[in-house]
Design a protein around this ligand. Structure first.
Ligand SMILES: Cc1cc2nc3c(=O)[nH]c(=O)nc-3n(C[C@H](O)[C@H](O)[C@H](O)COP(=O)(O)O)c2cc1C
Length: 215
């Protein structure tokens, strides 16, 4: 008998769990950041794995997209925060095209939250506080810098990290906290019987407009 194809194997995999949290769109709050923090709390309380792991899409000035996972560092009235090196590819893209799309996916709950918005840098104080709260090994990695540049060998990395471990109290100039000020936030909830409920918040001046979306 021939091996099943990848198409068959993938099709046989389950996508969603059987039980979902509730999403009553009629009771959704006017401010999407309130709903975001509510869903985040529910993800944390439900033991969702890495609920703060967030996909962050940027694009070069000429429109070539790129995507990576970053840790969601905070949610404030200003928006959603992440931290990275401004000298990295994503940092350079953001300097030329300060917009991003974010995705939080809480698979155990069949939920995703999609965000688009303008990106700005928080001040040095925020960057420093973020940096100094990181694990010393993570700080050494950032001090060694050169994120995403070609690496000659693992020995080269190890000696750069060993040297950087002596300086983990000094904040690199290019460690930056960034905030995405949402223009749109969409809340997506899988439902029983393969249904989906989608609620889009779109910023209109100081107000948020809410719209249900077709699945
Ligand atoms: C779960 C997870 C969390 C991550 N968190 C961060 C982060 O907070 N900051 C960061 O710079 N890179 C983080 N990374 C590494 C990035 O995904 C990426 O490899 C790196 O930032 C280089 O991206 P760039 O080449 O697009 O600039 C994380 C990776 C994973 C898998």
């Amino acid at each position: 008998m021939s091996e099943p194809t990848w198409r068959d194997r993938l099709r046989a995999l389950p996508v969603f769990p059987d039980i979902f949290p509730d999403f009553d769109t009629d009771a959704a709050p006017p401010d999407p950041l309130v709903l975001l923090t509510r869903w985040l709390a529910e993800a944390v309380d439900a033991g969702v794995s890495q609920p703060h792991a967030m996909s962050v899409a940027t694009a070069s000035a000429d429109g070539i997209p790129s995507l990576r996972t970053l840790i969601l560092k905070d949610v404030t009235a200003d928006g959603l925060w992440f931290a990275t090196l401004s000298s990295s590819p994503k940092g350079r893209e953001l300097a030329g095209n300060p917009r991003a799309a974010l995705l939080l996916y809480w698979r155990e709950q069949g939920r995703q939250v999609r965000v688009t918005g303008a990106v700005s840098e928080g001040g040095r104080d925020l960057a420093s506080a973020d940096f100094l709260a990181r694990h010393p090994d993570a700080r050494a990695g950032a001090i060694a810098g050169r994120q995403s540049e070609p690496l000659g060998s693992l020995d080269e990395l190890e000696s750069a990290l060993a040297e950087a471990r002596h300086r983990v109290e000094s904040v690199p100039d290019d460690w930056s906290a960034y905030v995405v000020r949402p223009d749109t936030i969409e809340f997506w909830q899988a439902m029983r019987n393969r249904d989906q409920v989608r609620l889009l918040y779109a910023r209109n001046g100081d107000e948020w407009e809410r719209t249900l979306l077709w699945p």
